[in-house]
Design a protein around this ligand. Structure first.
Ligand code: AMP
Ligand code: ZN
Ligand code: FE
Ligand code: FE
Length: 280
């Protein structure tokens, strides 16, 4: 069976592999295609595209936008975006500025708690890419303040924790519209992170996103067990949405996630790529 991975991160955001390295790893892993979907940036796409072209590998350009949501986390993936579309570009710039304003706020809160993380340290670890909480967490691990990245999130960085600072971001409908405005395909990422209490609640969230223009659901995902994947597939079918899937590979930043394999059991069928292409 041909498999793919439609959700990956590079050094352009909080992954640890460069875009070109990621393409080489995807080829080594026997994947038939990958999508690069960095958080709120498309900076890594050019390098990924060049390497993919050089090696005759199929790359799907993508992005993952963080959006406002009352509970849990909502992320919207955008595939095949026209990177030169002006409104899309200016929206990304606005989101990136909000992120840049947020990082010093988090560092100040950590400092008040006796934890020193500097912008220089973050810049070194992020290798020129966009800085996010996982970079802060990694510096905290390296300096021995916490045991692990998830420990850093749990104790300091997650929403509601002591050093958390919000970033003002897009509403879901805005993100969907900006992706569609750039001729891209908006897909709900990792539905488990919405923390819906049951299938009916998940259904109604996805249904209302569809009314705003959502076109797909990431059903296959590292953190989805068989039952949850099944529920997502059923919702996608009932609402006539495209099925996609990916590992959310971050390299060393999330070492338990393997490219194209998640925690070992993930298999994203290549038919997901075909479904996206036929929606173009
Ligand atoms: P940010 O872009 O700064 O909002 O951070 C988002 C990133 O943090 C994503 O890669 C998430 O997967 C990661 N993240 C969120 N919560 C946790 C957690 N509890 N443990 C580890 N990583 C997390
Ligand atoms: Zn990430
Ligand atoms: Fe995400
Ligand atoms: Fe992601």
């Amino acid at each position: 069976m041909k498999i793919c991975d439609l959700h990956t991160h590079t050094t352009a955001s909080d992954g640890s592999d460069s875009p070109a390295e990621l393409i080489r790893l995807a080829i080594d892993a026997g994947l038939s295609a990958i999508a690069v979907t960095d958080h709120d940036t498309i900076q890594g796409l050019k390098e990924a595209k060049d390497e993919a072209e050089k090696r005759g590998f199929e790359l799907i350009p993508g992005v993952e936008l963080s959006v406002n949501f009352k509970k849990g986390n909502m992320h919207i993936l955008g595939y095949f975006i026209d990177e030169n579309e002006e409104f899309f570009k200016s929206t990304l710039k606005r989101v990136q500025m909000a992120r840049a304003e947020r990082n010093p706020k988090i560092l100040r809160k950590l400092k008040d708690l006796g934890i020193s993380v500097t912008m220089d340290e973050l810049e070194e670890i992020s290798k020129g890419g966009q800085i996010g909480r996982p970079h802060i967490a990694r510096v905290m691990v390296e300096k021995g303040y916490v045991k692990s990245v998830s420990d850093a999130f749990d104790r300091y960085l997650k929403r509601g924790a002591k050093a958390y600072a919000p970033k003002s971001i897009l509403d879901p409908g805005e993100a969907i519209k900006v992706i569609k405005g750039a001729r891209g395909i908006p897909v709900l990422a990792h539905p488990f992170s919405l923390l819906a209490k049951d299938r009916d609640e998940l259904f109604s969230i996805v249904e209302s996103l569809k009314k705003e223009g959502l076109m797909g659901v990431e059903c296959y995902y590292t953190e989805h067990d068989e039952a949850f994947t099944g529920a997502c597939l059923e919702i996608a079918r009932a609402l006539d949405l495209i099925v996609t899937g990916g590992s959310d590979y971050h390299g060393k930043a999330k070492p338990y996630i393997k490219l194209g394999r998640g925690k070992g059991g993930l298999r994203v069928p290549y038919s997901c790529v075909e479904a996206l292409r036929s929606a173009l």
